[in-house]
Design a protein. Structure first.
Length: 182
């Protein structure tokens, strides 16, 4: 994945803007299961690859059974989740698995290290993504490529996260999409 910005959409208007962008890979954060077929076919028609946030697809439980269904039915490029079962099933199905972790305090960080050691996702999404020293620490300790997300509000935030070792930055800020698409 060579894209430095992963545009995140949480509604159809943002998704349509992503479809018109030069970015190949995008994230759809929040949707109803009934929208997934339409979103999936639109992305395919525009040559886009989508990462869906399994924990935020309303109308379907975020577990390994639902993950198997989504993988078979919609063939996503990747799935994002905080849940171990989703990550393991996505990997089993050959789909990019992105484990989202919230770095709230030292205890949460240690707990995340143990969890990530078990699941070995393809990527980690670290939130908040505005703490460069934690991005570097997680990357160095686990050796798993990571995305920085959450509270990314400026070009400087993006540059700091990338400079700290993030492979890409997830953001819903259109100004940032536009800046890095040039």
């Amino acid at each position: 994945m060579n894209q430095k910005i992963l545009p995140a959409s949480s509604n159809m208007k943002d998704f349509e803007r992503f479809l018109k962008s030069p970015y190949e890979i995008g994230i759809f954060l929040e949707m109803h299961i009934a929208q997934l077929k339409h979103v999936s076919s639109m992305a395919e028609a525009h040559g886009k690859k989508m990462l869906y946030h399994m924990d935020m697809i309303h109308g379907i439980k975020s577990d390994d059974y639902s993950t198997e269904f989504i993988c078979q039915e919609y063939k996503p490029f990747g799935l994002i989740s905080t849940k171990t079962g989703v990550i393991l099933k996505a990997k089993q199905k050959g789909v990019i698995a992105v484990q989202r972790v919230f770095l709230l305090d030292s205890h949460a960080l240690e707990k995340s290290y143990k969890l990530l050691g078990k699941t070995q996702p393809d990527y980690i999404e670290v939130l908040p993504g505005v703490v460069p020293q934690l991005i570097t620490e997680v990357k160095d300790r686990l050796g798993i490529p990571l995305f920085a997300g959450g509270f990314i509000r400026s070009i400087e935030d993006v540059e700091n996260a990338l400079g700290a070792g993030a492979k890409a930055v997830t953001t819903s800020k259109k100004e940032i999409w536009n800046h890095f698409s040039k």
